[in-house]
Design a protein around this ligand. Sequence first.
Ligand SMILES: [Cu+2]
Length: 451
Amino acid sequence: MDRRHFMRYGGIAAGAVIAARVSKAEAQEAAAAAASSPPPALTGRQPAIAPGGQPAVVTPNGSTLPLRLVNGVKVGHLIAEPVDHEFAPRLRAECWGYNGSTPGPTIEAVEGDTLRLYVSNRLPEPTTVHWHGIILPNGMDGVAGLTQRPIPRGETFVYEFTVRHPGTYMYHPHYDEMTQIALGMAGMLIVHPRRPRGPRVDRDFAMMTHEFRLNVGARRPDPNEMKDFNVLTFNSKVFPGTAPLLVGRGERVRIRLGNLSPMDHHPVHLHGLSFQVTATDGGYINESAQRPDTTVLVPVGSTRVIEFVPEELGDWAMHCHMTHHVMTQMGHGNPPMVGADTRALDQRMARVMPEYMTMGQDGMGGMGEMEMPIPPNSLPMRGMQGPFSYIDMGGMFTVLKVREQPDGTDPASWYEHPPGTVAGPADPARMQADGVRPPRPPRGRAAAADE
Ligand SMILES: [Cu+2]
């Protein structure tokens, strides 16, 4: 096997070779920087802005577009532009978005509002904005070529329409969609009903799922990627960059999920509760047709609205259930290493690179927390240090924090479990009394324990 093939098929081993080229000091500095940046805080309870005391929508890690009332018309301004975006501490990329962010600011209106939305184009190429799901005059639909001339670079176009149907919608370009959406151009458009439907909610969140291909060390997501995405996001953030959702036990919570990923549907799963899917971007689901669920599939190009009332306090995982979607860059494209005998390889490698170590032979559970040097502008495969040990998920993952008093609680704080309510080592006497016999120890040695 020549060196090139070795590097390629060495997989995890190849990853370690790259890793070893970055100085330890650099890695420690980066780790310290990551540890010192606290999770972004969410604002507290939002004021009621819509009729019937409906709370304003909170966009975790995002913002809401300011609208000005001018002669009865709500006027807003979107600026399509390149964005220097941070996915999580240590991982930045040159994305495209609106008003300095990806996703763009959430547009929030009330049924019957007339919106006048200016769109300025600061991108290097033309663009348009399509108001996904909104029923409006054809010429306002934003499809380049079909319903309008694209907005040239440097120019501002105006869209004006009345939002007649309450619901959860999105916006995105309909010009060079493959590039512009892949680089992060997407946003939510929410229309509150004039008369609230269903029970009033206490919290209302908007979250977009997205996916990017960002090669290790690269600064620009690859818009030509069709299948293999390695930065999976909620509101364009990967855990631990995702802001936790802080809610109260017994409160009614709504989460509006929108998916403008280039290629993948995302089954979003919540722990510790059961929810109802109450609406899609097509409208409300009749109560008789709603059904309880714990995972909701959000297909590309659609929204799903879920509502629930959490019963149990705690820190509950909320994540895409595709296992590769809670990984980040390092978990992809490597050959399987579990069970491989790599002693001969390690010996040969040690001759040319004393710090070399093959990993993954016993599974990959411990890899996220290994304090090993990693290349600049990259993330280890997984998450962050949790209250008990390393949380071995990253990517499209966040935490729903259910508290007795959510307002005033530090969003970065972990749940304090009452004594005796956390799983832990079994007491041998108790096991015996319960008739449970310990099995024989695992066969063989753990490879990592060698030497
Ligand atoms: Cu997913």
